[in-house]
Design a protein around this ligand. Structure first.
Ligand code: BG6
Ligand code: MG
Length: 227
């Protein structure tokens, strides 16, 4: 494959793109919500994907009509409780939890000299990457603690582009969250969506198993012909 027909960088979301953890976030939020008398289902969870911990709690409280019910300190304690549950669910995470196709794709990107970045809203991203043995696979991992604006703001993706010294127009992003697709579009980055319900992606697949360097190359070539 000729490298001039490929993007200069591919930036990955973590939860639900690199690793099968999106359902663990949902389970931990569902248990926390239930404890405070709020029911959330998988459809509602689509609105939580890609959203920060405190942002997710705010959405859950709003959905349950309980926004004013808890003090700031209580909200922090609820978020801490959810995180402790989530971290417990992560125990035993191994490279076997890397989603289909992602390991091969990361290797192929390296072989072709295409830069790789990670843009995750999760404060647990470093531990998750370590458990998967994937730290060396990324040229730059954004630190969510340095980001002021959560997805759908493009800040985290633009931070990765900056660090990789790549213009947003030379990069591809891969996301499973609507907030993430919106962030990529807002940043001018070609957006590949993973999941059935995503709107506005430049290209969409049902699962990561169908994602490969060849697919990225085809879509990139189509995109270059369009602009
Ligand atoms: C995102 C997940 O990757 O990280 C969200 O899609 C999650 O569901 C967010 O809320 C923050 O994660 P953490 O690990 O910092 O609570
Ligand atoms: Mg995600």
């Amino acid at each position: 494959m000729k490298t001039d027909t490929l993007p200069r960088a591919v930036i990955f979301d973590l939860d639900g793109v690199v690793v099968d953890t999106a359902h663990l976030h949902f389970l931990a939020w569902q248990r926390l919500a239930q404890r405070i008398g709020i029911h959330i289902d998988a459809a509602f969870n689509e609105q939580l994907k890609g959203v920060s911990r405190q942002g997710s709690l705010a959405r859950i409280l709003a959905a349950g009509g309980k926004t004013q019910r808890f003090t700031q300190a209580e909200c922090e304690s609820l978020a801490t409780e959810k995180n402790a549950d989530y971290v417990g669910l992560l125990a035993g995470l191994t490279p076997a939890d890397i989603l289909p196709g992602i390991g091969d794709l990361l290797r192929a990107l390296r072989q072709h000299g295409i830069l790789t970045g990670l843009a995750s809203a999760s404060q647990n991203a470093p531990q998750v990457l370590a458990a998967l043995g994937l730290q060396p696979a990324f040229d730059y991992v954004a630190d969510s603690g340095q980001i002021t604006h959560s997805k759908p703001h493009p800040e985290i993706f633009l931070t990765v582009c900056d660090a990789l010294n790549v213009a947003p127009q030379q990069a591809v992003g891969v996301e499973d969250a609507q907030a993430g697709i919106d962030a990529l579009r807002a940043g001018g980055i070609f957006a590949i969506g993973i999941g059935a319900t995503l709107e506005g992606a430049d290209y969409r697949l049902d699962s990561t198993g169908a994602l490969s360097l060849a697919v990225i190359g085809q879509q990139w070539a189509r995109h270059q012909a369009d602009i």
